[in-house]
Design a protein around this ligand. Structure first.
Ligand code: PLP
Length: 406
């Protein structure tokens, strides 16, 4: 695993596969993304083996072709795509993958290209207008799996997805009925919001599904519980994923659906959060504020805009033995908004020139980077050490990992 695809053009010895990256020798002037294919593979195998249904990877969480190939090699065969660019990307990267176009509001041209050029047969919708659009774009295809998205609560999740999409209870009956007429297979899907902190988020949503099925009196072939499966971050330690799977399985088994109905999920974050971390350099210190070379317009959008906390560690040899204190970060752009409140716990003697690893950035961090103000970098190194936290290594390792719990 010592090979790397770094734009740094570095020789292999700089990558120490047991520890990650040799910062003391490397001293990169730009942020460096570390990727851990073994961690993504482990997450994928976990879902493939333990989720009691089919797992579709939600590509928006991290659209890296390298990652998508790792997931495929580990048994993930279905992909939740939301734009024509994501359809093309996965289609190009994995010609044999099954794509499901799960954005409830699509461009008609996107539906047409997805259906006729890329073989997409599964589409989601939350309105009669979208149903009509799908039928028009596919020339009244008779081989469609149509998934009606229901609106459900996001109250147990850190990031709401409850306001924008989903048919309200009063609209669901007519929509399910119309979709049943048009579909070869009828599905019901929902999204409980990202980073759902309790399995009850899913059992409560499944009660909405039950009510909708009973009211519309239609035969349902697919129940898709969406994404929302959590990862581990400082101050956010969810129950084990098996507890989510059990709750979902129990609720699925008790629904009034046929024995042959399929259960699907669309994990994004849970499959890729552990895939990457970022190495940044401290360019200046002002009291408890560190000016680092990545930020809100880089991989730290969530840290800046919704106060997400990520695990951090100081990469210094020999290790600092000074006690930790809380820091906040400023990113490199000339913008006050480029501020990450944290708190991030680091040794109190951190100074300019030090390097910090920010962990658990594989989901949404890497996907949302921009080049605003001339900052940001694509430098990537493959490493084989363990992520700073993991949902997939069992309790002993989780305790031994570097998660700071407040
Ligand atoms: C974003 C999204 C997902 C992935 O959500 P996670 O919280 O990352 O698991 C899955 N399905 C849909 C429709 C989404 O919009």
């Amino acid at each position: 695993m010592a090979k790397h695809d770094s734009a740094l053009g570095l020789a292999t010895p700089f990558v120490d596969v047991t520890r990650g990256i040799d910062i003391a020798n490397l001293r990169p002037a730009q942020p460096v993304t570390l990727v851990r294919p073994h961690a993504a593979a482990r997450a994928a195998r976990f879902f493939v083996e333990k989720f009691p249904g089919k797992s579709l990877y939600a590509v928006k969480a991290n659209p890296s072709p390298d990652l998508i190939r790792v997931l495929w090699d580990s048994g993930v065969t279905h992909f939740d795509v939301a734009s024509i660019a994501e359809v093309r990307l996965v289609s190009r990267t994995l010609p044999d993958a099954t794509l499901c176009f799960m954005h409830p509001v699509k461009a008609e041209e996107a539906i047409r290209e997805a259906y006729f050029t890329h073989g997409v047969r599964t589409f989601s919708l939350d309105s009669i207008e979208e149903l009509e659009k799908i039928m028009r774009a596919t020339h009244d295809a008779t081989d469609l799996t149509l998934c009606v998205r229901l609106r459900v609560s996001s109250e147990h999740s850190k990031l709401s997805l409850a306001a924008k999409f989903g048919a309200a209870p009063a609209e669901a009956k007519a929509l399910l009925f119309a979709a049943r007429q048009a579909a070869d297979a009828l599905g019901i899907c929902f999204h409980v919001g990202s980073q759902a902190m309790t399995p009850e988020a899913y059992s409560e949503a499944m009660e909405r599904v039950r009510a909708a099925i009973v009211e519309a009196a239609v035969t349902v072939d697919v129940i898709d519980v969406g994404g929302g499966f959590p990862s581990v971050y400082p101050g956010m330690e969810p129950p084990v994923l098996e507890a989510y799977f059990e709750t979902i399985h129990r609720a699925f088994e008790s629904l009034p659906i046929s024995y042959s109905a399929e259960l699907w999920a669309e994990p994004g974050r849970a499959l890729c959060a552990e895939y990457s971390s970022l190495i940044v350099r401290v360019e200046k210190r002002r009291g408890g504020e560190l000016y680092i070379n990545d930020g809100a317009y880089g991989a730290l959008f969530d840290a800046a805009h919704i106060g997400w906390r990520f695990p951090v560690r100081l990469l210094r040899e020999p290790e600092s033995n000074v006690r930790d204190m809380p820091f906040s970060f400023y990113g490199p752009t000339c913008d006050d908004l480029d501020h990450m409140a944290g708190p991030f716990e680091l040794p109190a003697d951190v100074q300019a020139g030090d390097y910090i690893e920010i962990g658990m950035l594989g989901a949404y961090g890497a996907a949302m980077r921009t080049a605003f103000n001339g900052f940001g970098s694509d430098e990537t190194v493959i490493v084989a050490d363990e992520p700073m936290a993991s949902l997939y290594m069992g309790d002993a390792e989780r305790v031994a990992s570097n998660v700071v719990t407040l």
